[in-house]
Design a protein around this ligand. Structure first.
Ligand code: PMP
Length: 435
């Protein structure tokens, strides 16, 4: 059997293109994928030796950059003890330490932690918690969600059903997906007060359907994959109040926003409110390993377990994986050992300065930054097959989708690299406009 690690790149790359699914890839017209041989700090090294400044943090996750000595040490040390043991009937210090950190760092009412293996599973767990809670309360008809237009919560079936019904994958899987209720996406921009009109759509859905709704689910402050939309903290406060008024639970999906990305440790901290259930993932392990968690309040936890089942009905094989938990603990320590908030403000300033020039381009609709997230929204969708190689030629790693050319760099990016990253993003868009 060939070992492609010792074979020339072209050979295994061809096999990869013919046999391996990449995210959202076509078996008929595979788009180019770039072979990476290593990554360190904010640099990805391609197999041909080219080095790229990473503008994506591998989809929000590698906040401390790649190959970090503290995270490497945490992994190596944990491997000496155990990489994995089942979590049913057994427990270990890495999981308890992580649970304690998450309970301490998230808003006070969140006291119970379910540690799972990916963001989508964390959202599935949150949905199951909400549904099981209402079954246990003798209200089994409260089993649907109220979600937002432009929402994105994952690719599994339960999570797809809570994604935007137009931009998401609903039309393809209609008939298979559970049917939920949707309200308008928040239109009030970040930093503004939400008026009664801004809340009207959510209120109307709750007024009409609250007897069938288990929970409102939303991505606080930043709607990510559904449009990179930044919205009002006041909207969140008012959504919390509406959930209380209509007796439905509130689920916050902080999988993208958690661990400082939006400028607060968790995006709900902008609003000073707490959900009943919160999901975290992505940056939890500093992007080293897949791990996620779903936290809930004592009231939700007790409520679930007072029911007929007596237990919360979920328990995946890799739940509480010690290797991932140890790395997560090291990642959280690393984040908190630094003045992370000042650092995020530095990145926000750099993004604002660096991306401003894009506003002058005719085909750019909007440029916006929040925390360590910078977005250039184009008037038309970009052509991935032509623009992606151009970014690589310019020595940066940017992966646009639709009309959005965006960056969320690792928090360790230097001012110089940030400036270069932004300049090259704008340069590529200028070149594309001229070609
Ligand atoms: N929720 C949000 C807000 C996300 O951005 C994502 C991932 N893009 C998910 C859920 C799903 O996480 P995962 O890809 O780890 O399953």
């Amino acid at each position: 059997m060939p070992d492609y690690r010792n074979t020339d790149t072209a050979t295994w790359l061809k096999w990869d293109q013919q046999h391996i699914w990449h995210p959202y890839s076509s078996a008929l017209h595979p788009s180019p994928v770039f072979p990476v041989s290593s990554a360190s700090g904010v640099r990805l090294t391609l197999a041909d030796g080219r080095r790229l400044i990473d503008g994506m943090s591998s989809w929000w996750s590698t906040i401390h950059g790649y190959n970090h000595p503290a995270l490497n040490a945490a992994a190596t040390n944990q491997l000496q003890d155990m990489s994995h043991v089942m979590f049913g009937g057994l427990t270990h210090a890495p999981a308890a330490t992580l649970g304690k950190r998450l309970v301490d760092l998230t808003p006070e009412p969140l006291t119970r932690v379910f540690i799972s293996d990916s963001g989508s599973v964390a959202v599935e767990v949150a949905i199951k918690m909400a549904v099981q809670y209402w079954i246990a309360q003798g209200k089994p008809q409260k089993n649907r969600l109220l979600a937002l237009h432009h929402a994105y919560h994952g690719d599994t079936f339960a999570t797809m059903a809570a994604c935007d019904p137009v931009n998401g994958m609903h039309h393809l899987f209609n008939g298979v997906l559970p049917q939920h209720f949707f309200c308008d996406a928040p239109a009030t921009p970040f930093g503004s007060e939400a008026s009664a009109e801004d809340m009207a759509s959510m209120r109307a859905q709750l007024e009409q359907h609250h007897q069938d709704i288990a929970a409102v689910i939303l991505e606080p402050i930043v709607q990510g994959a559904g449009g990179m939309r930044f919205y009002s903290a006041d909207y969140l406060r008012k959504a919390r109040a509406l959930c209380d008024e209509f007796d439905v639970l509130l689920i916050h999906d902080e999988i993208a926003t958690g661990f400082g990305r939006s400028g607060e440790l968790f995006a709900c901290d902008h609003a000073g409110i707490s959900p009943d259930i919160m999901c975290v993932g992505k940056a939890l392990t500093g992007g080293y390993m897949s791990l996620a968690a779903t936290l809930c309040t004592e009231a939700v936890a007790q409520g679930i377990c007072q029911g007929e089942a007596g237990v919360f009905m979920h328990g995946p094989t890799f739940m509480g994986n010690p290797l991932a938990c140890s790395i997560a603990n090291a990642s959280i320590d690393l984040l908190l050992s630094d003045d992370w908030q000042t650092n995020i403000q530095r990145i926000e300033k750099g993004l604002n300065q660096g991306l401003a020039a894009a506003s002058a381009l005719d085909d750019v609709a909007d440029v916006r930054c929040l925390g360590a997230i910078g977005v250039i929204e184009m008037k038309e969708p970009v052509e991935m097959s032509s623009i992606q190689p151009r970014f690589v030629e310019h020595g940066i790693w940017i992966r646009p989708f639709g009309k959005l050319v965006y960056t969320m760099p690792p928090y360790v990016i230097s001012d110089d690299d940030l400036q270069t990253l932004c300049e090259r993003m704008v340069a590529v868009l200028r070149e594309e406009a001229q070609s």
